[in-house]
Design a binder for this molecule. Structure first.
Ligand SMILES: *Cc1c(COP(=O)(O)O)cnc(C)c1O
Length: 365
């Protein structure tokens, strides 16, 4: 039986993406060849890359606005250093918002390149909220933020207005909600959370911000070289890019970001309402900063853990335990997770409440 998959990443993808990509491994486009054995320079694969890159810009509303979409490798983690390598000027500085583990990892890499200013941090409160009062220096080479904090379950609901280029790690909420994406100059996201198989990283960059750092950039780390090579500077992660294309096509057929956003809001509302209503559970993130993608919550009484864990596993739920730095539970509700799966989890939470009430009544008799 197919599980209700709440894994934080790699994670659930649309069932049709699993089926079509499996088919392409056996026989791609009825060519008698597997997608895994054809040249990345073949007509059939170049078409995959071109369509995937175009669909990214179309779905984000960035067509004809000076942006390029690239499918690179090395994960979001490589972007942590590609960004400063390409954008931080020699003797320049960058501004970072510290909202969690991933933001911190990005800061660590930026420090290798030059002055890295942390404009605000919620570290003291174990990243349970998004800092909102901060100033970005006008002479910063760029400002970097993380739109969704996968581990701590917080999400930025608005972004600062600034004249410096804005860079955003959207690994865990890209294509999940409508935003004015033109407020960002560079967006990056590992594929494995809302887009496709692990192995490729989406980078969407406004071309005019490139070529200004004055630094030597190794070729494989140079966005301009990747753009010039139409995202084929070296052999791309062909299978991962293909799964991204299939997911983007699925998303477009659903009605694009506005449609999926409504479903994501309904899923998040269903689960957060239960977390707030059910006296056995408590959310860990500040209510106004709660993520619609990753809901983090705890059992008020940890003694109920064994019963709860048994119940959700029996209901066919997978991937619910929280990250070790937060504990408790994390329900990742990415685009492909159906509303029905959230209902199954909510039903288990309600059932746990009944079981616990019954137990305490029996104990009192
Ligand atoms: C998962 C994640 C990363 C790391 O991605 P990799 O592709 O594994 O390097 C970075 N940032 C955020 C927000 C993430 O959720």
């Amino acid at each position: 039986m197919k599980k209700h998959n709440y894994s934080a990443g790699p994670c659930i993808l649309p069932q049709e993406v699993f089926e079509k990509s499996a088919q392409a491994v056996l026989n791609f486009n009825n060519s008698g060849l597997s997608i895994l054995e054809i040249s990345h320079r073949s007509k059939d694969f170049v078409a995959v890359m071109d369509e995937a890159r175009a669909l990214v810009l179309e779905l984000l509303g960035l067509e004809g606005k000076g942006y390029q979409a690239l499918f690179l490798q090395g994960g979001a983690s490589l972007e942590f250093l590609m960004v400063p390598n390409n954008l931080m000027k020699v003797n320049g500085k960058a501004a970072y918002l510290d909202t969690g583990t991933w933001a911190n990892n990005a800061i660590k890499e930026a420090k290798l390149f030059g002055e890295t200013l942390i404009v605000a941090s919620s570290k003291e409160e174990n990243y349970s909220h998004i800092p909102k009062e901060f100033t970005i220096p006008v002479d910063a080479d760029y400002f970097h933020c993380t739109s969704n904090n996968t581990i701590f379950g917080t999400q930025m609901k608005s972004f600062p207005k600034t004249n410096v280029p804005v860079v955003c790690d959207m690994s865990s909420d890209i294509f999940s909600r409508s935003l004015d994406f033109s407020q960002f100059d560079l967006i990056y996201a590992g594929a494995q959370k809302n887009m496709g198989a692990a192995g490729t990283t989406l980078v969407v960059v406004k071309e005019e911000i490139l070529g200004k750092s004055g630094r030597a950039i190794p070729s494989i780390l140079d966005y301009e070289k990747h753009i010039k090579a139409e995202s084929m500077y070296n052999t791309p992660a062909v299978f991962a890019v293909y799964t991204c294309l299939l997911t983007l096509q699925w998303l477009k057929n659903q009605g694009g970001i506005p449609t999926i956003e409504k479903i994501n809001e309904a899923k998040a509302a269903l689960l957060y309402n239960e977390i707030d209503r059910n006296p056995l559970f408590i959310g860990t993130a500040n209510v106004e900063d709660r993520s619609n993608m990753n809901a983090t919550f705890l059992l008020v009484n940890p003694e109920h853990q064994e019963t709860f864990d048994k119940m959700w596993k029996e209901a066919g739920i997978s991937g619910l335990p929280g990250h070790r730095s937060v504990g408790g539970y994390r329900a990742s509700m990415y685009n492909a997770l159906p509303l029905e799966s959230v209902q199954v989890l909510v039903d288990v939470m309600k059932k746990l409440e009944e079981v616990i009430i019954n137990q305490s009544q029996i104990a009192q008799q």
